[in-house]
Design a protein around this ligand. Structure first.
Ligand SMILES: Nc1ncnc2c1ncn2[C@@H]1O[C@H](COP(=O)(O)OP(=O)(O)OP(=O)(O)O)[C@@H](O)[C@H]1O
Ligand SMILES: [Mg+2]
Length: 203
């Protein structure tokens, strides 16, 4: 059993944000990592995601556009899961895609649209399954003043965990196409002006 000394201490000063299933904190010992604490209702999906990440590691996938799972840790508020924390080149925690699209700046929007297509191609080429992609679960990492990259922070793996999808690729690909269509519908609902430009983003 982990002794008290091995536990890391999380507090409100380290709090970054929360969703329906997890609270997210800056790791007190490493500013480039975060610790996610699942709520009772978020426990199953968190564990499912972590198990999937472990299989992605075994399969040698690229983690270029997803925030990688880096292990687990005992905390003062329960068991936590460590992930890469997405920060911009200036050290700020990256904003999400919803923030950038909400700026309604033509140049930024067209940049984001290109990045959305890059993300689709990356997930497809790496054959990484995803479930609830949304504009608030994708961060936009500013690598430099002019260079941006999308990083998915939530919703990796299939939410039904149908094992066949991972091993019978045509089934998984079909599922990803369907999930990507749902993502596009979500984007178009929030940003109707993007409907046309993202429509063609499929095979
Ligand atoms: N890797 C990360 N880097 C920076 N911030 C993060 C990271 N992961 C999560 N966050 C922040 O913490 C919030 C909650 O995390 P997360 O989306 O994983 O929780 P969730 O409960 O699974 O969300 P949902 O309700 O979408 O299922 C995010 O919206 C984001 O603000
Ligand atoms: Mg989320």
């Amino acid at each position: 059993m982990a002794s008290k000394e091995n536990k890391i201490a999380l507090n409100d000063n380290l709090f970054i944000g929360e969703g329906m299933g997890r609270k997210c904190y800056i790791h007190p010992n490493d500013k480039n990592l975060c610790v996610k604490i699942p709520t009772l209702r978020g426990q199953r999906s968190s564990q499912r995601e972590i198990n999937y990440f472990k299989r992605l590691h075994k399969r040698g996938k690229s983690f270029e556009m997803i925030a990688d799972h880096k292990g687990d840790v005992a905390t003062n508020i329960g068991k936590g899961n460590i992930y890469e924390l997405v920060r911009d080149h200036d050290g700020q925690i990256s904003q999400n895609l919803e923030y950038y699209l909400s700026l309604r700046d033509k140049n930024i929007t067209s940049k984001m649209v290109k990045l959305i297509e890059e993300l689709r191609v990356y997930l497809k080429d790496q054959y990484i399954l995803f479930s609830d992609l949304d504009v608030d679960n994708i961060l936009v990492k500013k690598d430099s003043v002019n260079s941006h990259k999308l990083i998915v922070i939530d919703g990796i793996g299939d939410n039904n965990q149908i094992p066949l999808l991972e091993y019978i690729k045509p089934l998984g690909v079909k599922r990803c196409v369907k999930k990507w269509d749902l993502f596009k519908i979500k984007i178009a609902k929030k940003f109707p002006n993007l409907d046309k430009s993202i429509k063609g983003f499929n095979d």
